[in-house]
Design a protein around this ligand. Structure first.
Ligand code: GTP
Ligand code: MG
Length: 304
């Protein structure tokens, strides 16, 4: 009998690359069927490369979610961009994600130029097909083709599930045969601590506006499992750059931080499969986004 560990299947890495807000992380979550990446309508949500495993009997696709590529304005942006370029440099296929609902422009061109340097087969993915009509799709595809020469095109919606299956079969056909890279039941390579801290940051991104979301970093301080009562005790600190931002995160009478905590805890309980108690603190760490050492401590960019 053959050893299942060395069974040969279509196996490899597929990086999802694109402008911030293109829908990369939402697509990764939809493909693996569980929430591994945080998402929000604030551009530059994702700050580190993460892998998610899509395992089938005939294939293992390792999806590499990357931070949206953009023109950086601070050290954090530079570090995050670098990690994105690095993450897409050593993969079998690049899925270039372009938002069907946003005009194809210089931001996409900038990404496409970097993608072309990777010399990997590019699958053009037009995301969010559920929010546009056929004519818009045709126009967006035409513009996208001016930027990139793809080996295949898929128009899909992570929200409705349209063409997700087509996307998977398209990339599977482009992968080499080989052993699986990860255990079949593994969903992501992110440490639990990172996922929990990210859930807190997601709620901040979804609830605050203007300069606040970008100034926020979250670190997990404590993760403890109480076996007798089957629940997790978690504490985390939300860092901001200024006192005024701290005020916004806490909110009137603590309203905002309570709402952030309630929503983050619900997601954490789903992830952990137990009840959880979550303690949140807010601290000011001046100009942390300009300080390489601080950025690394948060694990953003290439992390520790
Ligand atoms: N209607 C619709 N909205 C979508 C779809 N996919 C993503 N979105 C929305 O688009 C926004 C951005 O999604 P993300 O997945 O966070 O985008 P991203 O490309 O990972 O962004 P960065 O991490 O900033 O690079 C969110 O508000 C999503 O809910 C889709 O298929 N349909
Ligand atoms: Mg993302």
């Amino acid at each position: 009998m053959s050893d299942p560990g060395y069974e040969t299947v279509a196996s490899g890495f597929v990086a999802l690359v694109g402008r911030p807000n293109a829908g990369k992380s939402t697509l990764v979550n939809a493909l693996v069927g569980t929430k591994v990446a945080i998402t929000s309508d604030t551009p530059q949500t994702t700050r580190h490369r993460l892998r998610a495993v899509l395992d089938r009997d005939d294939a293992q696709v390792v999806l590499v979610d990357t931070p949206g590529l953009h023109k950086p304005h601070d050290a954090l942006g530079e570090e995050v961009n670098r990690s994105s370029v690095l993450a897409s440099s050593d993969v079998d296929v690049i899925a270039l994600c372009i938002d069907a609902s946003a005009p194809v422009g210089s931001g996409d061109r900038w990404v496409a130029e970097r993608v072309a340097r990777g010399r990997r087969p590019v699958v053009l993915v037009l995301t969010k097909s559920d929010v546009v009509d056929e004519a818009t799709i045709a126009r967006q595809l035409e513009r996208a083709r001016e930027l990139v020469t793809p080996v295949a095109e898929v128009v899909l919606s992570a929200k409705t599930g349209e063409n997700l299956e087509t996307f998977v079969s398209t990339v599977v056909a482009l992968l080499p045969q080989g052993p699986r890279f990860f255990p079949r039941d593994m969903t992501t390579d992110q440490p639990l601590e990172v996922m929990l801290a990210e859930l807190v940051r997601e709620k901040v991104l979804r609830k605050t506006h203007d300069e606040v979301p970008h100034a926020v970093g979250v670190l997990l301080d404590e993760l403890e499992y109480d076996e007798s009562r089957d629940f997790h005790r978690i504490s985390a600190t939300i860092y901001v750059e200024r006192e005024s931002q701290k005020g916004i995160i806490i909110g009137k009478g603590g309203e905002m931080i309570r709402a952030i905590g309630t929503e983050a805890r619900a997601d954490m309980e789903r992830l952990l499969g137990t009840k959880a108690h979550l303690d949140l603190r807010v601290k000011v760490r001046k100009d942390w986004r300009r300080d390489g050492a601080q950025i690394k401590r948060f694990g953003y960019g290439e992390g520790l």
